[in-house]
Write a protein that binds this ligand. Sequence first.
Ligand SMILES: N=CN[C@@H](CCC(=O)O)C(=O)O
Ligand SMILES: [Mn+2]
Ligand SMILES: [Mn+2]
Length: 317
Amino acid sequence: MKQWRPTSSGIWQGRDDTAEADNARRLFQTVTCSTTFCPEQQAGDIALLGFACDEGVKRNHGRTGAAEAPAILRRALANMASHVQHARLTDLGDICVAQDNLEEAQQALREAVLACQRAGKRTLVLGGGHETAYGHGLGVLDAFPQEAVGIINLDAHLDLRHAPQATSGTPFRQLAHHCEAQQRTFRYACCGLSMAANTQALLDEAAYRNVTIVEDLRCLSSPAEAIAQLEQFMAHLDRIYLTIDLDVLPGWEMPAVSAPAALGVPCAILMQLLAPICRSGKLQAVDLVEFNPSRDRDGQGAGVAARIAWQVIRWWG
Ligand SMILES: N=CN[C@@H](CCC(=O)O)C(=O)O
Ligand SMILES: [Mn+2]
Ligand SMILES: [Mn+2]
C-alpha cells in the first residue's frame, strides 16, 4: 500500500515506573508496533491507524494542520496509564496523502480499515479533518454488509455538504450516497450540533435523510435526555461507528481545531454521552478528527483529545 508508512520509532515513549511494580505500566509499554501492515499477524484488540491528511480541510477553506495530528496524539497517549482492563492496542501506522490525492488516500484508509476489521480488530483512527470519516465509514460498512451499521457523529456540524469534490464538510453526504447505491439504509445521528453553525440547506438535507439530531443546547441542559435520544438511535443497530469531531467541544477547551465552537459541549458532559455508546457492546470503530496541533495552546487540546481517546479505549476493554 503506497500511502502507508509505519509509525516513527521514538513516538511511543514515556515515564518508566516498572521498578515500582510490574503493573505500573503506561500505554507506551503495552502498545505493539508493526513495521509492516499485517493486521492478521498482530496481537491486540484495537488497531490504531493514523490518517495524516490536510487536504479535506484545505478544500473546505479551513485552517490546515490536521496532518500532524496522528503523531501528536500518539505522543499524548503514550504516557497515560495502561490498566489490566484496557483493550490492547496495536499501532498499524499511518495512511498519508500523496500529491493532494484525497480520494486515493480515503480508498487506502477504507482498505486498511476493512483488513483490520476482517482480522477481528476494532479500529481507532486518529487524525485528518472530517474527510477521515468517508474512508473509515466505508471500511466499516464493507466489513458488515448484512448488518445495520449506524454512524454516531459527535460534532457541531452535520458535514452533509453538497460539493463538486470530497472535502472535510462532505463525508456523510458521500456515505449516504454510498448507502443509496448499495440499497442500504443510511443510519446517521449527529450529537452536539450547533444550529448556528449549520445552514437551513444542511438541516433540510438532514431531514430528508432522516438524520437523528441532538442539539448542543440539549446536551448542556439535559444530558440524560440527550443520552435517551442516542439510546433510541442505538437500539436499532447491530454495529456502531463513532466519529468524534473535536470541534464539538467548546473553543476554550479545544482551541486546536479548524473551527472552534463558541458554545460547544464540554468534555465532562461529552464523557457522559460517550459512556453508553462505548458500553453498548456494538461499538466497532472510533475516530478523533479535526485536531489541529498548530492551533493548540500549551498542549491543552492534545491532552483533552488524548483523554477522550484513552477513555474510549478503557470503556471498550
Ligand atoms: N468539517 C467541517 N467543517 C465545518 C467548518 C465550518 C467552518 O469553517 O466554520 C463545515 O464544513 O461546516
Ligand atoms: Mn465534522
Ligand atoms: Mn465540526
